[in-house]
Design a binder for this molecule. Structure first.
Ligand code: CA
Length: 484
């Protein structure tokens, strides 16, 4: 079986032109050709406004079908266009993972009055006021959709907190007071309790909510023929609900192999591992720890010790559950988790996720096609296509690692008989020009190897000891394969 590669098919600053699903349909064949086997699509349902990226989610059942929030289509297009794109992706054997935003809801239809208390945003367990009545945006009636697909209407009882009191116009974190209602204690402990993130925070202790979201999960998997989910912001969602959601949706949709990768954004390997354990290793997690290593390495230049770059990352500790990535829609410039990996380091970082044996790598739209908006950036399609080509055809077999120098690291993939002439030798430098003697196998004596990325023009002839002296230019990556 060939290597699997995920692609995040959106970035934050895409134009609000309603053409994204159409573009996706057109790109499906090319994505398959370059070796993409699964696609992560953005939140595809109606948000607070047409131009919203999708994380200010209004109606999970409106996939660009109903006239709500002043628009039928979403930022990305209509439901029909989305379905056509998915059909085309499936035709090309690309799986589809939908971004599921289950922590909060935004853009309520009406306000309601209820009791609440203000809490300290730095410590949400610290109460700042006596309980008092506030007017908050918590009534979701979906007038444009009515009862189609679900007749569930949301009110303040279904939320734990909100962020504005319409009475006074004051912004704060308001904890809603009600029977059996409190922040979940199965969430991240930052800020005392990190259940509340933004907008109206969904209360998973409420049985109606619990059932409704599981019902939605099963509905959307069959409605869109999804192969998986990317779960947004699970740091802020009751852990046991996530477990139940997976089990019950997999069961209801009759898809035991429904894939799930979750976003738990913390640069702390222990916290990532604990999260995996708490969900019984039933999901994958993005390797946020590795992302921050890339970010730091790019900033530090040759002062960064490359030999330690995989240390204390998820791909090192829990390789089977690690989705490796370089950047995403949140880490890009101007966004909430900004931690952009600088340009010069991008090819090196992509080499480390695409050609490394472990991890399920995810390529970011913004890195591949470029980034729009006021500060546009060019995509790196040329170099990424080359690395993807190597991943698809050569990066197979066991791995021998040469993480033995602070500025020049390398590894060899020994190849697999299933893929003719496969195997490659990778060399990365964050400092000066470098070289390294690496063992590719005695049976390869006399073979001529070349740098597929063409940073180095000279050829390497494998010696009788099975080794080659491979070279790399300073601050770059070279990938050596057998000359064809
Ligand atoms: Ca929450």
């Amino acid at each position: 079986m060939g290597n699997h590669t995920m692609f995040q098919y959106f970035e934050w600053y895409l134009e609000n032109d309603g053409q994204h699903w159409k573009r996706l349909k057109e790109d499906a064949k090319e994505l398959a050709d370059i070796g993409i086997t699964a696609l992560w699509i953005p939140p595809a349902y109606k948000a607070i406004a047409q131009g919203d990226v999708g994380y200010a989610t209004y109606d999970l059942y409106d996939l660009g079908e109903f006239d709500q929030k002043g628009t039928v289509r979403t930022k990305y297009g209509t439901k029909e266009e989305l379905k056509e794109a998915i059909k085309e992706l499936h035709r090309h054997k690309i799986q589809v993972y939908l971004d599921a935003v289950l922590n909060h809801k935004a853009g309520a239809d009406k306000t309601e009055r209820f009791m609440a208390e203000e809490v300290d945003s730095e410590n949400r367990m610290d109460v700042l006021t006596e309980p008092y009545e506030i007017e908050g945006w918590t009534s979701f009636l979906f007038p444009g959709r009515g009862d189609k697909y679900s007749d569930f209407k949301w009110n303040w009882c279904h939320f734990t907190g909100t962020d504005i009191n319409v009475d006074t116009g004051k912004n704060a974190i308001y904890r809603i007071i009600g029977e059996h209602k409190f922040w979940s204690d199965e969430v991240d402990k930052e800020f005392g309790n990190y259940d509340y993130l933004m907008f109206a925070d969904i209360d998973y202790e409420h049985p109606e909510v619990y059932n409704e979201i599981i019902k939605w999960g099963a509905w959307i998997v069959s409605e869109l023929e999804l192969d998986g989910f990317r779960l947004d912001a699970i740091k802020h969602i009751k852990r046991s609900f996530i477990m139940d959601f997976l089990t019950k949706v997999r069961e209801a949709a009759n898809k035991e192999d429904l894939y799930v990768v979750a976003e738990y954004w913390v640069n702390d390997i222990m916290a990532l591992q604990e999260t995996l354990e708490s969900i019984d290793h039933g999901i994958d997690l993005f390797d946020v720890a590795l992302h921050y290593k890339f970010h730091e390495a790019a900033k530090a230049g040759k002062d960064y010790d490359l030999s330690k770059i995989f240390q204390d990352t998820l791909v090192e500790k829990n390789p089977i559950h690690a989705v490796t990535f370089v950047d995403n829609h949140d880490s890009q410039l101007g966004q909430s988790l900004e931690s952009w990996v600088e340009d010069w380091f991008k090819p090196l970082a992509y080499g480390m996720i695409l050609l490394w044996k472990d991890g399920y790598p995810c390529v970011f739209y913004g890195d591949y096609y470029g980034i729009g908006g006021e500060n546009p950036l060019d995509g790196k399609k040329d170099i990424l296509d080359k690395l993807l080509y190597i991943r698809k055809h050569y990066a197979y077999g066991d791995q021998t690692e040469y993480l033995d120098h602070p500025n020049v690291i390398g590894w060899v993939r020994n190849g697999d008989l299933e893929f003719e002439d496969s195997g490659c030798a990778v060399l990365i430098s964050n400092g000066d020009d470098g070289d390294k003697l690496m063992h590719v196998g005695e049976e390869r004596e006399g073979e001529v190897w070349v740098d597929y990325l063409r940073g180095i023009e000279e050829e390497v002839i494998i010696g009788e000891d099975g080794c080659g002296l491979f070279k790399v230019k300073g601050g770059s990556i070279s990938v050596w394969i057998k000359k064809s």
